[in-house]
Structure formats: structure tokens, C-alpha cells
Ligand binder design. Sequence first.
Ligand code: HSE
Length: 319
Amino acid sequence: MTDSKRLAVVGAGAVGGSVVELAADYGHSVVAFADSSSAVVDDDGIDTGTALDRKASEGHVGDGDPQDALAADYDVLVEATPTTLGDAHPGFSHLRTALERDRHVVLANKGPVAERYADVRDLERDSQGRVRFEATVGGAIPIVSTVEDLSPSHVTAARGVLNGTANFILSRMAAEGIDYEHVLAEAQDLGVAEADPTFDVEGTDAALKCVILANVLSEGEREFTLEDAEVEGITNVPGSALELAAEDGRTIRLVGEATRDGIRVGPRLVPQNAALAVTGTRNIVQLETDHAGQLNLSGRGAGGPETASAVLGDVGRLE
Ligand code: HSE
């Protein structure tokens, strides 16, 4: 049984909302919840149903200032604002505020660990708080914690299908023989696409996940950012390429690979019966290890409750 934690959840999209909804199931309380324009704070635990209903009906979670959530008396800050590139703000500044107050941080936002990994680790060293980020890679699939369990130095590469939106689109294109623009809206309706779906179809989201994995594998020996990644998305894959591949028993998947030497993401031909040929929004990661061979981890790589389960798993790992 894990200790009950007091959570401040920043970000009220599919993931933040699901964390708030599911926190009690995992034995935790939510003392603060913020979106970009408002917040609700209560040291005795907010009324999560009311906050979520207000978000759905009025577009904001409460009447307070978003900064109130960062100043609340919480144990763990759950950072679930949209991923941003470059300086990774506001996610990075939220993380810094929490660590400077010696509070833990659990990230669903990829920006801080993809773009400023060394800065995150520096801040963490000076804090009593810890940073965990399982939800940033592969949604519900416990990839980061599996690499930690194996010991990063014994994992030589991580390869896989890491973007549910692109995979859904490629699967639908193969089934229907149509081009990607026609199925992007369907993917957005599923609630798995990023706030900016070009992140998904241009390979950026998969690359960010590979950057995070490369940072984990490197254990601080080398810092990776998106600039170190060779990235090609699926926007130039025509439906006819999938038809041709199928004639040969193959299909096309957006495959990312992370090693301690670099990151590559692009459309690859894979046999239709290969482990990498997952369908729909599923993800798969293959970990290559020096003594344990290959491990395949597959499951739901996106979605509110799925990603919230990874966030709440991380909360449970904190002391
Ligand atoms: N947009 C992402 C995907 C969500 O489609 O996989 C999870 O990062």
C-alpha cells in the first residue's frame, strides 16, 4: 500500500482531468487543480467532480488564479500542461517552483525532460523533491521504470512505435487506401492527438519520446534534445505506398530508435506479422539489452485514463 499523497494538478486537458478523476482510486487527494486561466485550491481536498463539471460546462476549473495551485500545500506537483519546445515553459518553470519548495514533480509534459534534461537533474540535485516522468513515453506502458529496473547501462537501445496518432492514421490508411489528411480528424476525435497535431504527424512527438529515452539510457553522460534527432514524419507517405507494401506482406510504421549515440525517427517498412506492426493507437517498445536479449512492451500509448495511470503509478513510486 502506497502512502497517500496530496496532489496539485496543473493542466486540465485529457491527462490532467483523468488524474484528478482517478486520484482517489489510487489513494491520493487533489488539493489544487489549475488550467491556463483558473484554479481551485482546498487544503482538505477539492471537490473533483465539481471542478471537472465546471471545466466541461464553463471552460475553467474554478475562480482562483492559476498561480494559487503552485503555492498550495501539496506533496506532488503533477505537470500536465501541453508540451512546448525550446525553453519548455511554462512546464519547466512549474517544475522549478515545486523543486525549489522541496516538493516532488511527476511530469506528463515531455518538454522539461526532452529539452532541458540536464537543468531538470541539476534542480533535482539541490532539492528534497524527486522528478518522475513515466507518462511522457508510451502512455500506460511502463517503459522508463522498466529501463530503470534493468539498469540503463544494460540497455543498449530502445526502438518502437511511440505515437498513437500516427499509428492510427497509418492503420486506417492501409485499411481504406486513403491519404493522411482524411483520417487525421478521426484521430483527433479519439482524444489521443497532441494539442498541435503536427507534433504527431511530423514525427516530433515520437522524437521527443526517443530523446527522453536517450537521456535515460545516457544517465547524464550526454544530454540529448530534439536538435540531436533525425526526424521524418508520415505526411509524405501516400496511401499508395501502403498498398504496395501490403502486396509484399509488409506495412509502414513510424518507428523511432534511441541509443546512447543518437535518435532517429521515420516511416519504416515492417513485415505485417512483425511485433512492430501494432495497429490503431497501440504503441510498442523493444528494449535491446546486453544480457537479457530483447524485451517487447506493448499497450495503450495515449489517452487520458491510460496516461493518468502512468502518472499515478509514478506518484506511488515516490517516498
Ligand atoms: N499524441 C500522442 C500520441 C499522445 O498520439 O501518441 C501521447 O504522447
